[in-house]
Design a protein around this ligand. Structure first.
Ligand SMILES: [Zn+2]
Length: 215
């Protein structure tokens, strides 16, 4: 009997805590199934050279996701699309990154947590309407000066595309990261806690939320 009671209380306490941790998150593809995802950490095409995510999903805080969808909508009217490389990243994955590359210039120290761990940062690039990636100053995860926003050596086309992406993201409140042209912080990132629920286990049915009128 006592054992049953213990199990009952553990369930009552544990379930809401788990739900609490990710209740503000959404799977952005559930809000807009037409978004173009190229989740690099679900492939080996990233700085680790290994598959780090078991699924190719982009989870984000709801506010950040709605903003990103508005960026996409505006870009499409100009003949462009977003290519999404990364959103929420579990803290446990951040620790693996840190073990591979313990250098704060390129990887956030998991002791502090990355803004990706808060579901409040995105890595994005630009494509044309057909989905072809456009020229950018460097490849994703290029941890060299080529990725810096003030890198002068990029082609004119890459500079133009980079500036276009930055302008579109800034218009929706995203803050560009100076040393990675693909990285943007969502406004208010500091108010979200670091999370560590797994990408594959997240269940969120949020498709009823309209991206419009939720500023
Ligand atoms: Zn990033």
């Amino acid at each position: 009997m006592i054992r049953l009671l213990v199990v009952f209380f553990v369930l009552v306490i544990a379930l809401p805590l788990n739900a609490e941790e990710n209740k503000d998150f959404v799977d952005i593809s559930e809000l807009d199934g037409s978004l173009m995802l190229d989740i690099r950490y679900a492939t080996s095409r990233n700085f680790t050279g290994k598959v780090m995510y078991p699924v190719a999903r982009c989870l984000l805080r709801r506010d950040a996701a709605l903003r990103l969808i508005r960026v996409e909508q505006k870009l499409r009217t100009q003949g462009y699309r977003l290519i999404i490389f990364d959103g929420y990243r579990p803290l446990s994955v951040q620790k693996k990154f840190w073990n591979i590359l313990p250098d704060e210039r390129y990887v956030a120290d998991p002791a502090k947590g990355s803004r990706h761990n808060r579901g409040a940062a995105v890595d994005v690039s630009l494509g044309d309407l057909a989905g072809n990636p456009l020229a950018m100053p460097s490849d994703y995860d290029d941890f060299s000066e080529k990725a810096h926003r003030d890198y002068a050596g990029a082609s004119l086309e890459a500079k133009k595309n980079c500036a276009l992406l930055e302008a579109a993201m800034s218009e929706e409140g995203f803050d560009p990261f100076p040393t990675e042209w693909w990285h943007f912080d969502a406004p208010g990132w500091e108010r979200y806690p670091v999370s560590d629920f797994s990408l594959e286990e997240f269940k969120g049915v949020n498709a009823e939320v309209s991206p419009k009128g939720n500023d």
